[in-house]
Every structure is written in structure tokens, then in C-alpha cells.
Design a protein around this ligand. Sequence first.
Ligand code: PMP
Length: 360
Amino acid sequence: MSRAFNFCAGPATLPEAVLKQAQEEMLDWRGTGMSVMEMSHRSDEFVEIAETAEKDLRELAGVSDDYAVLFMQGGASSQFSTIPLNLLGDKTSADYVNTGIWSKKAIAEAKRYADVNVVASAEDNGFTSIPEQSSWRTNPDAAYLHYTPNETIGGLEYDFVPESGDVPLVADLSSTILSRPLDVSKFGLIYAGAQKNIGPSGLVVVFVRKDLLGKARKETPTMMNYQVIADNDSMYNTPATYSWYLAGLVFKWLKAQGGVEAMAEINSRKATKLYDFIDGNDFYANPIDPRFRSWMNVPFTLADDGLNGEFLKGADARGLLNLKGHRSVGGMRASIYNAMPEAGVDALIQYMTEFARERG
Ligand code: PMP
């Protein structure tokens, strides 16, 4: 069986070259006689794998020594509570922007620990546009300002980095990390679940400015305390070793592609192509304000919802998989992260063209 084009939002497609390398190294990693999965996390070999992955990630994302890079567990969702527990310090309130389902989940969790001030909400426009920052009601005394640069389900993405003054800026970069250059120095903390642009699910990567460490509330579970995780090089307990290793292979692959600058060019081209096609064809529609359309997740609807099942069946038959939209919004969604080749987008457009011609 040949590999399909997998448009899943996450766990998402991984670069084929990475999977092949993992396959080659599966039984015997570089003459050690064992798989990375079977290695002690304290072994010289694994420590080297871990350190190389961190070094490559710092280089790719432009993360300076002012930040700790953590490889944590529990997915991005665990960070929804880890963040307030660690960053509130002696403050009681935190600012959040509501742009969709993932922001809402972060807000709901933060409410357990903080007075959450929703500074702006895209609810009024049906989550199709990002409110201008001039309209945000921020609190200069907030512990931090949290936002979701890319809403994976809605397909809504910021085209700017909010200004937060002296308030640390916190971003859930799960579905857009490493897809283009980003000035990390503007952020207090960045977190990203791995299963879209980095590697296997469960792993979550965190960049945290070192001056924000050491403020965790005393009831913070040890495994959620950034200071503890940083002091122990993300090995306070047994880390997700194999996921960390695979992430490292993805970072090497990204470097070989030309890094985030090259990815930005390819990703912009892939997204533009797909949106241009959708806009130019009466049978398909995308509701998002063109300025804030996601490069990574492209939701679209068919002119007749009754044809959704047939569309998906035909797509499956061609090896175009997981195009069904999230159950909360319906329709279709094509996730086109770094590892989705341009040929996948071309094949999708070809199929959409033929389907509209035959059934539209
Ligand atoms: N934030 C965003 C933007 C996401 O897309 C997701 C997963 N789709 C999450 C958080 C939750 O990630 P996890 O399942 O790793 O907890």
C-alpha cells in the first residue's frame, strides 16, 4: 500500500523521510543493539538525542538562552492549567482573547485558578475574524495575556503578534509552530502540542522566559512546575523518549528543507492555492475573513450539505483522507501542515474540481 495524503488536524501526517529513518533505526539505533524506545533516558545516547533535538529546535525557532525549552507531557491541554498555576504568582487575574474552541478551553481551565478577563471575543462575528487590538480591554495588572495564534478547528489565524507591554504574552502555538518565522522575544511563554508540526501526540513543547520561572503556586503538582522541569532538563520523571527522538528527526528534516523561512514560502503557496480555488468555485465556500485565514487548517463547505458523505467517500477512494470537518462545525477541513507536500494540495484541488463538475 502506498502512502495516502492525510489531511488530519492531528495527529497529523509526518514527513515520509522521517518515518523511513525511524523505521531503519527501529531495531538497532546506531549500533547500540536497541531501539530508542528501549533506552534509558539517563544513557549517554539518549541524552545526546535529547540535547540535539533541543539545540535544533532553538535554532529553527530562534529561541535564545533567555528561555528554557521544555519537553513536557500531557498534550497542549495540560498547559491550560499549568500556565495559570505557574504564572499567576501573587496576581489574581489573567487576560485571555477568545477566538474559538481552543481559546475557550484555555479560558475554562484558567477560571479554576484566576479571575479571567476576556479582553476581546470573536463570538460576535461567528469566529470568522480577529477583533482589532485597539478594541481589546486589557488589564495592565494582568499576570499574563493569553491568545491562540491559530484556531485549528475554525481555521482562524492571527496575522499579527499582539502588543502586551510589560504583561507577559502567552501563546498556544500548537497548530502553527515552525510553519513560518516568529519573533520569540516578544513572548513570555509559548507552548505547542507536538502532533501537528512536531511529532507524536502527548508531547508538548514549551518555551518559557527564564525570569518567569520560580513563581509557581505551592499547590502546583511537581510535574507541572516549570522550574522543576527546567532544573531537571525535562527529565524529572521518565520523559516521552520516543516522541522526543521523533521530534528531533522532524527538526533535522525541517533544517534540511531550509528552516522556517522555506516552510513559510511553501505553506503560503499551498494555502493561497487552496483558498484561491475555493473562492473561484461556486460549489465551495470558506467563511473566514481573508485577512485571518489559517495557513494550516482550511475549513470549507459544499454548496449542498447532502453531498458531504459522497464527497468524503470519493476522497477516501483516492487516498485523500480525514477531510471531515470537526463535529462542532461540520463541513470539511483540510489540514496542510509542514509535512503535507504541495502535491497533496494539488491532488485535493484536482478532486474538488472534478467533484464540483460532476455533482455541482
Ligand atoms: N490547542 C490547539 C490550538 C489545538 O489545536 C489542540 C489540539 N487539536 C490543543 C490545544 C489540544 O492539544 P492536545 O490534544 O495535545 O491536548
